[in-house]
Design a protein around this ligand. Sequence first.
Ligand SMILES: Cc1ncc(C[n+]2csc(CCOP(=O)(O)OP(=O)(O)O)c2C)c(N)n1
Ligand SMILES: [Mg+2]
Length: 289
Amino acid sequence: MPVLGRLDSHARREEVIAHIAEAARQIRIQDLKLVHYAGAGHIGGDFSAIDILATLYGSVLNVTPETAEDPERDRFILSKGHVAGALYTTLATFGFLPVEELATFLKPLSRLNGHPNRNKVRGIEANTGPLGHGLPIAVGHALSAKLDVSRRRTFVLTGDGELQEGSNWEAMMAASQYELDRLTVIVDRNRLQQGATTRETNDLDPLDEKAAAFGFAVVEVNGHDHGELLDVLSSVPFRPGKPTFVIAHTHKGHPISFMSNNVAWHHKVPGGEQFEQALSELESLNPNV
Ligand SMILES: Cc1ncc(C[n+]2csc(CCOP(=O)(O)OP(=O)(O)O)c2C)c(N)n1
Ligand SMILES: [Mg+2]
């Protein structure tokens, strides 16, 4: 698999979108293999987040493998750390770690653990896994950027079930108090958590009104539409002095026919026939590549 680069704002929009779409397809293929061969993982949440990750690393984030230690790089924090597999496959696709290393996922002595570890893998900004920690860490990064009078931006991806953790709302109050308009919270709004819908568990709606009441500029996107994601994520902030809250409407397991929007695929592992079918569905997304 060729390593992909980041396309910047000088590239044509259609070219960038095609680049992101191909990256997302490659990431899903790698992620399917990763989960299948490891016999564990969170493929449903991986697949709902991958279009967002591909857009961020494919064009939006000002970070490459060469600038992964640059203090002025943009920061991305994966707060829903259970989808570490999606982050590793994204980082490998964009050259932060060798693609061959993905085969070590969850193996003894591998640095590709079930949750991301910033001390082990270049490009990972925070150790996450216990839900509700990434957004508070992101607020710290965004505040430090503001104190440095820096233009670096901070993006954090949370699950929607994860937003049931009160720590997020404390952090959001602080973000709004400090007017952290270079902070963007992206919510993977797939309406499913582990074993149940968010509505059955602890309903978040009206999420847009709640985030606005906490001082955020709120925008909603189709979290699988690369054009919409690109336009929104590259246009933040929308309101001077306000942090941004992007509600990305997604489906767990997207776009696999038998996984999409099915809560069983939170951490189910595709066996032989399911693996083959999912692989052929992904390969046929763009047979020319
Ligand atoms: C504090 C905490 N409680 C429970 C878990 C176990 N857990 C892992 S994923 C998950 C469901 C998360 O749902 P959501 O945030 O909606 O993620 P997604 O649907 O994107 O997979 C749970 C309960 C955890 N990682 N951390
Ligand atoms: Mg969810």
